[in-house]
Design a protein around this ligand. Structure first.
Ligand code: F6R
Length: 296
């Protein structure tokens, strides 16, 4: 991890403006925000497109947006839409900053399986984001604990994350917060569960080739983002999505912590939403609430 933007004094330290203002603002805005909302889209393309449109909307409203990013197969479609919007609709990333959720321990950025490589390949190299404002944890740091502390501090120096994109693993993780991650956990090194190793092994050409540990933002770090959007598609996610949204809050399924968030939008396709009990209620909200008018 490096601090070029900080060294040049370019980052936005909103806390420096007036800490008490933001404390009060965040608390007041949490009274007014909707908590968790679920949007069910007909297919994975429509779901990814909706997420990209929310990102584009927030970026246009605030060009200095601090954007939290996720990797994984589900997010690839979202990044394809954002790249298209940059090219065709002049969506401007030049002033925004990004923080990724996680990175494997031990992979070089040039490794095709590193999350730095993923982000360059799917987004950064195709839009006008300033590379110096893109941040991922450094999984090669000599002192990994110090790296985790520095990553947290850097997020704070940028004023916190405005909009955090999330996928969900089959074990219910957000980031690499595997079962039994404390719901107040911060950025740290985490050992991957067998379920996650199995899920991601095909990218590495087999389980033997896969790193066993990753640096991940903690659950506590993630839910401090001002807004979270979780995207899940496909029937393999149906069970875990139902648990995450409608199940009891538990560190065994860390995505359940999002139920504590003041403003979290869960976007699913029909397949991933198939096991939700309150589908009709969620559909009614999306069809009727003015907030979603321009997305229908
Ligand atoms: C990766 C990450 C993970 C993935 C999740 C889903 O940065 O944060 O939580 O979002 O494992 O991965 P896919 O989309 O490949 O099913």
């Amino acid at each position: 991890m490096n601090f070029p933007a900080q060294a040049e004094g370019k980052f936005r330290d909103r806390r420096g403006v007036c800490p008490s203002f933001f404390f009060v603002f965040n608390h007041v805005s949490s009274w007014l925000t909707p908590g968790v909302e679920v949007i069910i889209q007909p297919n994975r393309e429509a779901a990814a497109s909706l997420v990209a449109r929310i990102v584009a909307h927030d970026l246009r409203a605030n060009p200095h947006l601090v954007l939290g990013l996720a990797t994984g197969a589900t997010m690839e479609r979202v990044y394809r839409h954002l790249v298209r919007m940059h090219k065709e609709e002049k969506l401007d990333f030049s002033l925004c900053s990004t923080f990724n959720l996680d990175e494997y321990v031990g992979l070089f950025p040039s490794d095709p399986n590193s999350y730095r490589h993923y982000m360059d390949h799917h987004l950064f190299h195709h839009v006008n984001v300033d590379p110096r404002n893109t941040h991922l944890p450094n999984g090669l740091a000599n002192d990994l604990d110090a790296e985790c502390r520095n990553y947290e501090a850097l997020i704070q120096r940028f004023g916190g994350i405005d909009l955090q994109l999330l996928g969900i693993g089959k074990a219910g993780h957000i980031g690499f917060n595997e079962p039994l991650s404390a719901l107040r956990s911060r950025t740290r090194v985490k050992a991957l569960t067998p379920t996650t190793i199995k899920q991601n092994a095909p990218m590495f050409g087999g389980e033997d080739q896969m790193p066993r540990r990753a640096i991940t933002m903690g659950v506590g770090t993630i839910i401090e983002a001002r807004r979270c959007i979780l995207l899940a598609t496909g029937d393999s996610k149906a069970e875990v999505v139902a648990q995450a949204v409608e199940g009891p809050i538990t560190s065994m399924v860390t995505a359940t912590a999002l139920q504590l968030h003041a403003r979290c939008t869960v976007v699913v396709d029909e397949e991933a939403g198939a096991k939700l009990k309150e589908k009709e209620y969620y559909r009614w909200i999306f069809e009727n609430e003015p907030e979603w008018e321009s997305y229908r």
